[in-house]
Ligand binder design. Structure first.
Ligand SMILES: [Zn+2]
Length: 122
């Protein structure tokens, strides 16, 4: 089982956060500890009381990057709504908060993978 990230994503997170509409990521990243953790089944988890995002390492950098952005979106949700409302939504409106995090994850994966696609298409 992979125990660490394929890559150090700090620079990419900074670059991605600088894009219009992604400013939330810079703040979420600065307030959250992101660690690689070898889960067996889940891809990641955000622990609001510790402000800790645990991410399952993957062979694919774009996937790892997407999972980091997904969990940091939960950090942002928690910061925006406050911990009580976040936990309430997590319990009773899970689909809604996951849909939001998944949308951000997808955008991030596409962004991360895009330069590779450009070069390999030539
Ligand atoms: Zn999630």
């Amino acid at each position: 089982m992979k125990t660490d990230f394929t890559h150090d994503y700090r620079k990419e997170i900074e670059k991605y956060a600088a894009i219009d509409g992604n400013g939330w990521l810079a703040e979420a990243f600065s307030r959250t500890t992101v660690l690689a953790y070898g889960f067996s089944r889940i891809c990641g988890v955000y622990l609001p009381f510790l402000r800790l995002a645990l991410i399952k390492p993957d062979e694919c950098e774009a996937v790892e990057f997407g999972t980091i952005v997904h969990e940091l979106r939960h950090a942002w949700q928690c910061r925006t709504w406050g911990i009580t409302k976040y936990l309430f939504k997590k319990a009773f409106q899970r689909r809604k908060i996951e849909a939001d995090a998944e949308a951000e994850e997808l955008k991030a994966v596409e962004w991360y993978a895009a330069p590779l696609a450009v070069y390999t298409a030539v």
